[in-house]
Design a protein around this ligand. Structure first.
Ligand code: 76R
Length: 303
């Protein structure tokens, strides 16, 4: 190669284009799940020094991303050959998400990491959380407190603090370092109406399940049932449900963390019986990964 020829783009060089501009949500973070296969042939063609340099590059990039404000990066060794290696990136600015994603893909050199699956979503608040007015009604009914009593004022104060923390945990989650990660996408069924031809040849139109045609109160009731099942896994499963309607293939990304694969299997199984999932749940492919320190991860995936 001509020594004067321009160098191939340094994957770790910061790009100029997005600097200064930011694409932020009104609230919350962008979330990108990235799944890669390692090209074993290309990797084996590198010398020991080149392999070491490539790994040093990737390590430096991961550290840079992890030290970026309002940004988290998790790395996984994937179980089963659907993918070898995966990252989950949470960051405020979509330009940053895009930049980091491109640089991660090139971090070991060209054609070393081939994307096999990816998912773009955003953290979001739930539509169905209890409002202050609902909470007041609940306390009035359950504890018999008057609306203007000091006890009620204290309860409301407590409720506000709890909701503030709860909402902030949903929008700006602190991701756990629990070893087992499960990712899949999910949509709520929307079949609309169907024409049904009866045995006597009469034709009728029957409404079939469509989440988006259900009234809000019904959706809220269903989600409350869903949350009740979820809470039986408190301490065993941590979940982050991120919205992806209009951003990717399905309507949500579901990321679960646990200490054993069995807990994942059990929560997903139990949820299937809950009306919200039984009637309305539609699921994409499941990906299971293991979270571990980088040096162990590199060894595990054969880098
Ligand atoms: O966030 C909350 O705790 C409030 C209640 C709640 C909402 C609004 C909640 C609780 N979820 C909510 C929303 Mn969930 N969740 C899933 C799956 O595999 C399946 O069948 C479903 C995949 C799991 C395993 C899970 C776990 N959840 C949602 C939504 C958005 C629906 C919408 O907005 O229309 C989806 C797609 C979804 C899916 N959920 C919980 C859990 C768990 C463990 C909880 C309890 C959390 C806790 O109280 O600690």
């Amino acid at each position: 190669m001509n020594a004067d020829a321009p160098h191939p783009a340094d994957p770790n060089a910061a790009p100029a284009a997005s600097d200064g501009d930011q694409i932020l949500g009104r609230e919350g973070w962008h979330v990108v799940h990235l799944f890669y296969q390692i090209d074993r042939t290309n990797w084996s063609l590198l010398s020991d020094e080149e392999q070491l340099e490539a790994k040093t590059n990737l390590t430096a990039l991961i550290q840079e991303i992890r030290s970026t404000e309002s940004t988290q990066l998790l790395a996984f060794s994937m179980v089963t050959p659907k993918a070898d290696l995966a990252f989950m990136l949470l960051t405020a600015d979509l330009h940053k998400a895009n930049e980091f994603e491109k640089r991660l893909t090139l971090s070991l050199g060209p054609d070393m990491l081939s994307p096999v699956y990816s998912y773009l979503s955003m953290t979001e608040l739930s539509e169905y959380t209890t409002t202050e007015a609902q909470y007041i009604e609940q306390v009035k009914a359950e504890d018999g407190l008057a609306e203007d009593s000091p006890e009620m004022a204290a309860k409301i104060e407590e409720f506000r603090a709890r909701m503030k923390k709860y909402n902030s945990d949903r929008l700006y989650p602190n991701m756990p370092d629990w070893p087992v990660m499960c990712f899949y996408n999910m949509s709520k069924r929307r079949l609309g109406s169907a024409i049904v031809v009866r045995g006597d040849s009469s034709i009728t139109r029957e409404l079939t399940d469509n989440w988006y045609s259900e009234p809000f109160e019904e959706r809220r009731r269903l989600m409350a049932g869903h949350a009740r099942v979820g809470r039986t896994f408190a301490g065993r499963v941590r979940q982050l449900v991120t919205g992806s309607t209009g951003l990717d293939e399905a309507e949500w990304g579901v990321t679960l963390f646990s200490h054993t694969a069995q807990d994942i299997k059990e929560i997903v199984y139990d949820m299937r019986f809950d009306e919200a999932s039984a009637r309305f749940g539609e699921f994409g492919e499941f990906y299971i990964g293991l979270q571990m320190p980088l040096d162990a991860l590199f060894r595990r995936v054969g880098l």
